[in-house]
Design a protein around this ligand. Structure first.
Ligand SMILES: *Cc1c(COP(=O)(O)O)cnc(C)c1O
Ligand code: SF4
Length: 350
């Protein structure tokens, strides 16, 4: 028990001592402060935030480090870009009750906190009004009634923010509530915390997730193989060994993971800890993230290379979110298959 407590304090300390000052981050990475001439000090409501265990995986002296670029606010974020919106997915309309985001038939998102361990610069939720949207304890009866009125819902996805930013005790409370609804079979958790602070996967949490009557799916979020250092792999493997289904989702990001070799290495690193790739998301067109975008033809070319390189079960599904669509929409590769069949012939000859 003392051990559990120590570890819990450990992850909470790591959460609370995340770096929020760009000068400190650049100092830690031995990067020149002159870089700040081209970066925005004031990230506004969505400033720099990055936990130290994640910084330790960045390469000192490398201004183009793929982990650094995911978290460092740049002036390019200030650009106003046509066709980029503050609510690209029409989430405000799907926000039927505080905390509930119901867009798909059989499952809904429950946003139980607005907090994240890390502020990812490409995040489509950067403009979302979290504060008005976090459910209070006395909201639960109305939320339960909503789920009961929608009998097709069998899965609730805890989301945020990052749902693992809340304490185990608070999480247990939500799980107990959800367990009382017989229509629910599955609890899903979408979280980046196990990647940026692997100590978050403590024994108490794993116990919570293995003792519930609900099927549990943990979907983590890593974009680059360098994010999976030894400690992170150990923590993920620990969760898998405990019997939890762990999947990963990735966002395609220009300058970070827009090479088939990088994505293939990510799939292999995940599989080293028996985590399977789930989704590869095309960037949502959110204001401030246009510099991460990749032209569609390049996306398809890249994905086709990935299909060629990887065993089928290591290939994530390439999808895009389109406002108003009842699922995440797979990209159409059809027109490119003719071009790639030549490559596979060459493989046979080699
Ligand atoms: C992504 C998402 C889900 C989950 O979709 P799956 O395809 O089942 O992973 C559910 N609700 C909302 C609002 C989502 O954005
Ligand atoms: S952890 Fe997830 S929700 Fe939070 S900023 Fe990053 S991508 Fe967005």
């Amino acid at each position: 028990m003392i051990n559990h407590l120590a570890r819990e304090q450990n992850w909470q300390t790591q959460l609370n001592t995340a770096v929020t000052d760009p000068v400190e981050l650049l100092n830690l990475l031995k990067l020149p402060l002159s870089l700040l001439n081209s970066t925005a000090f004031d990230g506004g409501k969505f400033g720099l935030r990055v936990p130290r265990p994640f910084i330790e995986r960045m390469q000192a002296g490398n201004a183009r480090d793929p982990l650094l670029l995911q978290v460092l606010p740049l002036h390019s974020e200030q650009a106003q870009t046509v066709h980029y919106s503050v609510d690209p997915l029409g989430e405000q309309a799907a926000n039927t009750l505080p905390g509930i985001l119901h867009k798909y038939h059989s499952r809904l998102l429950l946003t139980i906190t607005g907090a994240c361990a890390v502020n990812c610069r490409y995040c489509f939720r950067r403009h979302f009004p979290y504060q008005d949207n976090i459910p209070h304890n006395d909201d639960w009866p109305r939320m339960a009634a909503y789920i009961e009125q929608h009998s097709a819902i069998n899965e609730v996805i805890l989301s945020g923010g990052d749902p693992l930013a809340v304490s185990n005790r608070r999480l247990a409370q939500w799980i107990e509530r959800l367990e009382t609804l017989p229509q629910l079979t599955t609890l899903r958790i979408h979280s980046r915390l196990p990647i940026v602070i692997p100590a978050r996967l403590d024994d108490e949490l794993l116990q919570l997730l293995t003792q519930t009557r609900l099927n549990v799916v943990l979907v983590v979020h890593a974009n680059h193989p360098q994010e999976l250092d030894a400690e992170t792999k150990r923590a993920l493997k620990h969760a898998v060994d405990a019997g939890i289904l762990v999947l990963n989702q990735t966002v395609l990001l220009a300058g970070i993971n827009d090479h088939a070799d990088t994505l293939a290495a990510l799939s292999h690193a995940l599989f080293d800890c028996r985590v399977l790739p789930y989704y590869l998301h095309v960037l949502d067109k959110v204001q401030g993230a246009a510099h991460f975008d990749i032209p569609e033809q390049r996306v398809i070319e890249l994905y086709t290379q990935l299909l060629t390189q990887l065993s089928g079960y290591l290939v994530p599904r390439l999808v895009r979110e389109i406002a108003g669509q009842p699922f995440k929409v797979p990209l159409d590769l059809g027109i490119y298959t003719a071009a790639t069949s030549d490559d596979s012939l060459q493989l046979h000859e080699a």
